[in-house]
Design a protein around this ligand. Structure first.
Ligand code: HDE
Length: 702
């Protein structure tokens, strides 16, 4: 065991660049440089000289600093951590990292959006990538998943068509990081297998509050194989310990301007604070004998196995506890591949998975400039690598000895792995068929599970889905595309289709008025994914101004921090605000003009003992509270702080500001009595924050 007890971290240590303070600046050739501010020129005002090798090397290297961004999932954020199983899964798989609860396997995870370029905003409506590289004792295993359990298409041959349609339109490169445009909806309306996934994309799952608060799914049906060679179908699930929570669409859009790095920053800051994000790995296991026991095909990636039919069994946990040290070296150069599997994990004939098994290696060759990308520090396995692969761009090994097999000159090395069962052996699935280019009839039902999803949503989730379809299709210029999409939705659920049609000015669908399914799966609703009910890591803003009750602010800060929340005091200017007596001062964490309500989960308005409401005259304060209210966020107000809510009354806040002890209604918790916050107030406020959003308010913008 090395210095850290984590094989990946020990390995990284050998690649860290030398401390720049150990010596002076040099060229790439190690020659010391005494002057890097002026180029070598013929005279003070003369031309630059070719022989200035330092100047040319510096500029040339700079000119070549960029590599192509990923064709999809270009924007991402990553972190290191570890995985540990709860118990041995030997009954189902021989994968070493799933055998022993005392063994921690290092991981690197990259989260991403799909459509936008590397510099696009985080909080767009999009699928999120959730790709995990396990550095196991048997080599690297990559689980390259998404935050939604299904996909747009059934066969990988359609992937270029789908991606061309969703990407910015070719003539003007618009829109960035958005799906609300003609070519996408033209494609999906003509390709009904996309319908189920479009329901997910129009739901709040597409605007997660945090990477730390979203589920992950392997999507495909994979295969576990145990030591006896018996296979079991498996679907992978990641469940966040903090629960799954989303933004409000209006908020997500504003956030794109206020902080385009919102999700990326959230992940980074949480890890720096020591609030390590955690997920539980779950598996749905289906015996091979039950392959045809479902009314859908297990090989069809546009279908889920409802959890009520096959429960998700928790099998381990993953914790992310370390930020990368260099974004480019690690998060940008990490190369995932669905075909990076270890003994005990195998594929199925899902045609989408089969295509991915080709595409990921292929894309890395161009993106990372040749075949040696597995030697990059982030991609290196922690196990020995012995191959006869040689040479190529970026080769960093000095291979010695023979480079072919069989050989006698090299002592026959490296030899084939023995029969001790450690090598990867492909699952001996029997395959027999004519060569045909035809979709299986078992893949034909495109609407039942879209309806299942719709039926499973809470009322507020349904409202958001309708609003999202109206927004997206409302931005589609071609009326025929809008109409065709509404016709498709009519086959899912007529009520949904009519509601969408009404918002986009087209006729309601002509269908038979029947929903495609009467079934529902409560596990699909965000209502069922509240997490542990705590307020850990929630960002709470305390809006202060001169005259504030400083003792009250510090006791609020202490109480909420003790619950795990992150509390920040905001005021008109940075520094500190004065208490009522003018002497006691309360430190300010951020100046209001540098932040906005959309960057916080909840807001608190403390009182002032003099009775002066804090900063009703400050438009930033009023906007902050108004936005928090519109976005369904918890609001707490104490003593004279309640006056801020009263001032917003004409705008329809509908909050009771009568004198009373504690009133909690729709996530607005008020207490007009002066002095320290009561236990009752704190309990009500913490409960409101734990609930995340309050959809019953009249003015919530979905
Ligand atoms: Fe990907 N996908 N994909 N994909 N995908 C890529 O690989 C592809 C699919 C996913 O953080 C690319 O390294 C095809 C499903 C994630 O680095 C590329 C098909 C799922 C990431 C590629 C799919 C995913 C990628 C682009 C259909 C969820 C980001 C750069 C057959 C289960 C990984 C790269 C990271 C990235 C191809 C469908 C997830 C081009 C051909 C389904 C999370 O190879």
């Amino acid at each position: 065991m090395g210095a850290t007890g984590d094989r990946k971290q020990d390995q990284r240590e050998t690649f860290r660049a030398d401390d720049p303070c150990e010596g002076p600046l040099t060229t790439d050739q190690g020659v010391e440089v005494d002057h890097t501010d002026d180029s070598l020129a013929a005279g003070e005002r003369g031309p630059t000289l070719m022989e200035d090798f330092h100047f040319r090397e510096k500029l040339t290297h700079f000119d070549h600093e960029r590599i192509p961004e990923r064709v999809v999932h270009a924007r991402g954020a990553g972190a290191y951590g570890y995985f540990e199983p709860y118990e041995s899964l030997a009954e189902y798989t021989r994968a070493a990292f799933l055998q022993d609860p005392s063994v921690r396997t290092p991981v690197f995870v990259r989260f991403s959006t799909v459509q936008g370029p590397k510099g696009s905003a985080d909080t767009v409506r999009d699928v999120r990538g959730f790709a995990t590289k396990f550095y196991t004792s048997e080599g690297n295993y990559d689980l390259v998943g998404n935050n939604m359990p299904v996909f747009f298409i059934q066969d990988g041959i359609k992937f270029p068509d789908f991606v061309h349609a969703v990407k910015p339109e070719p003539h003007n490169d618009i829109p960035t990081g958005a799906s609300a445009h003609d070519t996408l909806w033209d494609f999906v309306s003509l390709q009904p297998e996309t319908t189920h996934m479009m329901m997910w994309l129009m739901s709040d799952r597409a605007i997660p509050r945090s990477y730390r608060m979203m589920q992950g799914f392997g999507v495909h049906t994979f295969r576990f194989v145990n030591a006896e060679g018996r296979g079991t179908f498996v679907k992978f699930h990641w469940k966040p310990k903090l629960g799954a929570h989303s933004l409000v669409w209006d908020e997500a859009q504003e956030c794109q301007g206020r902080d385009p790095d919102f999700n990326r920053r959230d992940l980074w800051d949480a890890i720096e604070r020591g609030d390590y994000p955690e997920w539980e790995l779950g598996v749905q296991l289906v015996p091979e004998d039950d392959e045809f026991a479902f009314d859908f095909d297990l090989l069809d990636a546009t279908k889920i196995i409802p959890e009520e039919q096959v429960p998700v069994r928790p099998v381990g946990r993953m914790v992310l506890d370390r930020n990368p040290e260099n974004f480019f070296a690690e998060t940008e150069q990490v190369a995932f591949h669905t075909a990076n599997v270890v003994p005990g994990i195998d594929f199925t004939n899902d045609p989408l998975l089969q295509a991915r098994n080709f595409s990921y290696l292929d894309t890395q060759l161009i993106r990372l400039g040749g075949p040696n990308f597995a030697q990059l520090p982030v991609n290196r396995p922690v196990t020995p690598v012995r191959t006869n692969q040689r040479d190529g761009y970026g080769q960093s090994r000095i291979h010695r000895g023979t480079n072919y097999f069989p050989n006698s000159l090299g002592g026959g090395c490296p030899a084939h792995a023995g029969v001790d069962g450690k090598a990867f052996t492909h699952y001996a699935e029997r395959v027999d068929g004519a060569k045909i280019r035809r979709r299986s009839p078992s893949f034909q039902d495109h609407y039942s599970q879209a309806a299942l999803f719709w039926n499973s949503m809470a009322d507020w989730e349904k409202r958001h889905i309708v609003a999202a379809f109206r927004f997206e299709l409302g931005k589609v210029g071609t009326v025929e595309v809008r109409e065709r999409m509404v016709e498709n939705l009519g086959k899912v659920d007529p009520e949904l289709a009519s509601a969408v049609a009404e918002g986009i000015g087209v006729a309601a669908p002509s269908g038979d008025g029947q929903s495609a399914s009467k079934l529902s799966s409560p596990a699909l609703s965000l209502e069922s994914l509240r997490g542990d009910g705590s307020i850990r890591t929630r960002q709470i803003a305390v809006l202060a101004a001169d005259g504030v009750d400083t003792a009250q602010v510090s006791s609020l800060r202490d109480a909420l921090t003790a619950e795990g929340a992150v509390v920040e005091v905001l005021a008109a200017v940075d520094g500190s605000v004065a208490g009522a007596d003018g002497e006691d001062r309360c430190p300010v964490d951020r100046a209001l003009p540098t932040v906005a309500s959309v960057l916080y989960d909840a807001v608190l308005l403390p009182g002032g003992p003099t009775g002066t409401p804090p900063a009703v005259s400050d438009p930033d304060v009023m906007r902050f509270v108004r936005d928090a209210y519109r976005h369904g966020k918890p609001i707490g107000a104490l003593g004279s702080g309640v006056g801020v809510l009263s001032a917003l009354e004409p705008e329809g806040l509908g909050v009771s500001t009568e004198f009373q002890r504690v009133v909690a209604d729709q996530g607005v918790v008020t207490d007009t009595s002066p002095g320290a916050a009561s236990g009752e107030f704190l309990r009500a406020f913490v409960g409101a924050v734990a609930a995340h959003r309050h959809w019953g308010r009249p003015a919530v913008r979905g």
